[in-house]
Structure formats: structure tokens, C-alpha cells
Design a protein around this ligand. Sequence first.
Ligand code: CA
Length: 112
Amino acid sequence: MRTSIFCALLLVLPCLSGAAQQAGSPAEIRITADNTYWLWLNPGTLTGDGTSDPGFLGSSPSDDWMTPEYYRVTLKEGANVILVKAENIGESQAGNPAGLIAEVRVGTRPQA
Ligand SMILES: [Ca+2]
């Protein structure tokens, strides 16, 4: 029998200083999950699976948690909400660990 665990992580980026508070600030989200995730930035009221929401950024293309995905986004002025739903797929909870790792970088990366 296949079992699944769902979890959600809600991150709010409040009161960033200086240029980061301005509308249109670039940011990068790096994320991976065991086994899969769905990612939103500033979602509305989600209906169904939420993938038709304008804030839906994407989901993991596979269950290869060792390869993170990158999303380049534009933050709105003030607080921003990042919502992640993750699913652990497998038979046994004890022998089937789950994990979710995300990193958010606000601003642009230095040019190499
Ligand atoms: Ca797992």
C-alpha cells in the first residue's frame, strides 16, 4: 500500500531594507524535496491542486531530490509569501525519510 505525507512551509520575508523593499526586486529560490514539491510565490486562495494560481511557480520535475531547481522571481513591495507543499512517497514512514530544503536569495548575484 502506498502512503503519502503532505507538509507545508510558509515563509514570509518582511521588512527587507533598502532596495529590497522596492517593487520589482529580483530574487532566486533554490529548492528540493524528498520526494516532490509544489511552489508558490504570493498565492491567492488556492483551489484544486493550486497549479492554476497565478502565484504557482512550479513543481519538482522528478523525485531526484539531489538535484535542486532554481526559480528566478520578482518580489512585490513589502512582505512576500512563499508557500511550499511537499509529499513523501513510499510504503513505510520509519524507513522512508522525508525532507524539504529551500534557499531564498534576494537581489542579484554578483557577475562572475
Ligand atoms: Ca522519501
